[in-house]
Structure formats: structure tokens, C-alpha cells
Design a protein around this ligand. Sequence first.
Ligand code: ATP
Ligand code: MG
Length: 345
Amino acid sequence: MSKPVILTGIRANNDLTIGNYFGGILPMIDMAKSKSDEYQINMFIPDLHSFTTPIDHSQLYEQILHNARLFVAAGLPLDNPNIFLYRQSYIPAHSELTWILDCFTGFGEMSRMTQFKDKSSGVSDGVSVGLFNYPVLMASDILLYNAKYIPLGDDQSQHLEFTRDIADRMNSRFGDVFTIPEAVKSQHEFFGKDQGLRIKDLIDPTKKMSKSDESGRGVIFLGDEPAVAAKKIMSATTDDLAEIHFDRNKQPGISNLLEILALLRGVKRDEVVAEFEGQTRYGDFKKVVADEVERFLTDFQTGLADVDDSAVIAKLEQSERDLVPIAEATLLRAQQAVGLRPKAN
Ligand code: ATP
Ligand code: MG
């Protein structure tokens, strides 16, 4: 029996933020390292998802490699044969299965997706069909590899439920074609409940820090010039209570900075809160956080510059070679089911 598959990816549409790093990449890498004895880990770069919203295409190819390098700089081992690192578009079955599933997906079903509603509202230069049906591509990403567990944030829960629905619909109609991934609830149980980490935007600490934020003024990107990032911390929005407490409702800005400092230092939040609780000089506190951010980015960027590109590319190509036959076997089952290929005897 092959090992059950855990599958995860981060869209390469922009440089990643410290939110993506602490809330996405690091937990993913920890998970990959701790579970790779028992599970097959598929970590992929969803490059076809990169331009569901407009991007600068002259940068895309480099951005994809850059994201792979980021994983390595953050500690992903390249020599673990149970961890696969691959680019979605290098495995054509993703696109092919998507088309088949598209034709069994309801227009109304996709219209109800809250991510579509969120990401399409306020877009002035046209909403693409790609943004509309990207959950179908996401379903293919999961179903092609018979994946069971997919660590996800709440914003993706609805898409996972759709994946289960479409897999179940195809199976009921055509027999056993797909493995159905576990439901959202058991995903949360499997990965532990503590998935709620959310670094907030520095300018508007009531919303989360996001890599596709328009201005980027409240966002720390992993590629930011360390001194520029430090300035962003110094101009973070705080409050006029003039006393440091961890209180997300009354002091969202200060609380966010406390959280960021704890993550950067790799210590528990309580420890940082105990150190600064009751202090009144916000400027001094911000300076501590700013220095820590500057140091973190300097170190991270040095590590990133040392990543061996040829090793990264070799890993990507090896994983892609290994996974193509698995993806194609699933695609063939789907093609046989709908009558595009003769049934096996
Ligand atoms: P986008 O605007 O493109 O949705 P994003 O920054 O929200 O960008 P996602 O691609 O949605 O990023 O998420 C990638 C990973 O980063 C996920 O694991 C998500 O949970 C995590 N993540 C995103 N933003 C934050 C944040 N502010 N704090 C902690 N984790 C985050
Ligand atoms: Mg997001």
C-alpha cells in the first residue's frame, strides 16, 4: 500500500509576507518533516492559479522559482524522498482533469463561493473565468494524487467541500474514480486546532496582512529591504491608550506587534507580553520590534542567497517526473469514466 497523501501549496502571485512565512510556510515545513515517515507529502507551487487575478507576466517564471527557493531557505529538506516539490503546470493532467470536472460543475455552485465573491468585488478591469472556476482546478490538484489531508485556512474550507462533492458526484455516476479527501472538520483535527495564527496589516490592524494588498504599506514582504521593513514597523498604527497590553479588540495594533515579536524571537507570546506589559513608550517598543524584523530579514535573505538553484531545479524536475504517472493514472480513470478512453478489461 502506498502512503496516504498530504497535499499543500501556496499561490505564487507575489512575494510572500511574514504572515505567509509564519502562518503558512513554517508550519507546512514542520508538518512535512514530522509526518514524512508515515505520509507522502506533496508540496506544490500552484502556478496556474497565479493569474486568476491580473499579474505582471514578465515576472511569473522567476516568481515561481523564487517561491521554491523560499521553501528551501525556510528549511525544506530537498533530500527527503517522501516530500515532493513540484510545479502544477509541469503536470498537464491538472489542466485536463479540470476541463472534465468543469463540465460536471454547476454554474450556481461556483457562484456561491465566497472567495469568488470577495476577490471579484471591486475588481475594475474585468473578472476572469479563471477566477470563477479556480475551485475546480483546486479540486483537480487534490484528486489527481488521491490526497486525504490538505491543511487549509477557513477561506479554503468551502473549496474543499466542493472537492468532496464533485468527487462524490463522479463516483456515484461512474463508479470509483476518485479518492474522497477528508472533510474540513477532520482536517482540523488531524492538523490540530491551532491553525488560527493571523498576522494583521500594520496600517489597518483589523484586517489580515495579505500578499496581494494593493499598497503594501502595512505588509512586510520577505524580500523587503530590511531597513524599509523596519520603517514600516515604526509607522505601524497603534492607539492612544499609551500603555502596552495584549488586547486584540482594544489594542489591535499593539497586540499585533507583540505577536510578531514573539514569532520573530521564536518564543511564546506570553513571554513577550510579560516583558512589555504596562510600558508606556510605544516608540521604544516599536524600535525593539523594528530591530528584530531587520535582523530576521537580513538573516533570511542571506540564507536565501545561498540556496543552490540547480539543486532546487533538480528537485522540482525529479518530483515532476515521479508524479506525472500518478496524475495520469487518475486522469485516465476519469477519461475512461466519461467515455474518452476505452475501459480497461
Ligand atoms: P492572497 O491575497 O493572494 O490570498 P494571502 O497572503 O492571503 O494572499 P494565501 O495564498 O491566501 O495568502 O495563503 C497562503 C498561506 O499563508 C496560507 O497557509 C495562509 O493560512 C497563510 N497566511 C496568509 N496570510 C496570513 C497571515 N496574515 N497570518 C498568518 N498566516 C497567513
Ligand atoms: Mg488569502
